[in-house]
Design a protein around this ligand. Structure first.
Ligand SMILES: Cc1cc2nc3c(=O)[nH]c(=O)nc-3n(C[C@H](O)[C@H](O)[C@H](O)COP(=O)(O)OP(=O)(O)OC[C@H]3O[C@@H](n4cnc5c(N)ncnc54)[C@H](O)[C@@H]3O)c2cc1C
Length: 299
């Protein structure tokens, strides 16, 4: 039996994918979103979003993500919980292998965001591996824990503020001495007594401890020190998540994009400009292009 042909397949229900689906629904163009995790995407990790217009006092990333999802659900946007493991183009339509089975679509929208750069400078223990993370959304119920964060950019400081607010004690480790985050995040972290910051400090070894803890062996100009933590979080930067795009599709993607059959939207394509409003704007623009394109082709 042949799988039905979806009009539009959207991979990822972060701000970009949700915005595209909402606008397509307004045009009456059926779209299927496939999301492998909790809808809302990376935004669910943001402590306080202060640059998304409409929220004069800022809004937590979790709440903004929930509102976006609610808006999509209110107009019956179709979201399937599954991971796309391979996306290919067979010359006439897209073919997606997913954990929910095979999908086919006329138009594909890749809104898959980014994936974290993993720790590579030291071996990670197999035991207590669930205590080593690259995002903090899953820690929303964790309180009174010792947490080490490696990194010195916006995400590292945003994670630190987020976790310290919930009475966790956070140690930020920067192997250099350059602070790469927004000045206001640095200033806020300095006012938060539960955040400690160390520069020129590098993890050399991580050992699993009983009681789900980790022992970090750190090297700094003062010598070797040991830090026992409940969680270790890497905030080492992120790269576009496109590992499911087949080689065949990658070779043809520029032509398919130019013809309006394929769209890359949001963080997956935005390099330095990874922001929620930009991702949502990308989603809207892609939906408008799809509407124009299908109207001309199907006329
Ligand atoms: C700590 C932190 C703080 C931030 N603060 C702000 C802020 O204050 N203001 C701001 O504007 N932005 C902020 N951001 C950035 C913002 O979160 C992103 O720009 C935004 O989430 C990008 O949206 P997106 O839809 O492009 O990608 P994402 O939000 O990453 O969504 C991509 C979705 O695709 C899914 N996916 C990926 N691959 C597959 C697959 N193969 N199959 C199915 N699903 C898949 C993922 O699970 C994910 O849900 C912050 C980010 C972080 C980490």
């Amino acid at each position: 039996m042949k799988m039905p042909l979806e009009e539009v397949l959207i991979i990822g229900a972060g701000p970009a994918g949700l915005a595209a689906a909402i606008q397509l629904q307004r045009y009456g163009i059926p779209a299927l979103i496939v999301e492998r995790a909790t809808p809302g995407g990376l935004l669910r990790n943001a402590n306080l979003v202060e640059n998304y217009p409409g929220f004069p006092r800022g809004i937590s990333g979790v709440t903004l993500a929930k509102l976006m999802l609610q808006q999509a659900q209110n107009i019956s946007v179709n979201i399937t919980s599954a991971e796309v493991t391979r996306l290919d183009w067979n010359g006439r339509h897209f073919r997606a292998e997913s954990s929910a089975g095979l999908l086919r679509a006329r138009v594909a929208v890749i809104a898959s965001g980014t994936q974290p750069r993993p720790f590579t400078d030291f071996a990670l223990p197999l035991q207590n591996a669930d205590r080593i993370l690259y995002e903090v959304a899953s820690l929303h119920n964790v309180k009174d824990a010792e947490i080490a964060i490696v990194g010195a950019g916006d995400a590292a400081f945003d994670y630190a503020l987020n976790l310290a607010q919930r009475e966790n004690r956070v140690t930020l480790l920067n192997r250099g001495d350059t602070i790469k985050c927004l000045p206001l995040l640095w200033e806020r972290s300095q006012l938060q007594s539960r955040i400690r910051y160390f520069h020129h400090t590098e993890i050399q070894k991580v050992r699993a401890f009983p009681e789900h803890q980790l022992e970090l062996e750190c090297l700094s100009p003062a010598g070797i020190s040991h830090l026992t933590v409940d969680y270790l979080i890497g905030a080492l930067g992120r790269t576009p998540k496109t590992d499911f795009v087949s080689e065949n599709l990658a070779q043809q993607s520029a032509a398919l994009e130019a013809q309006g059959w394929l769209h890359f939207i949001g963080d997956v394509r935005n390099g330095l400009y990874r922001q929620t409003a930009i991702a949502a704007g990308d989603g809207l623009r892609a939906a408008m292009k799809i509407y124009q394109n299908l109207k001309e082709i199907d006329a």
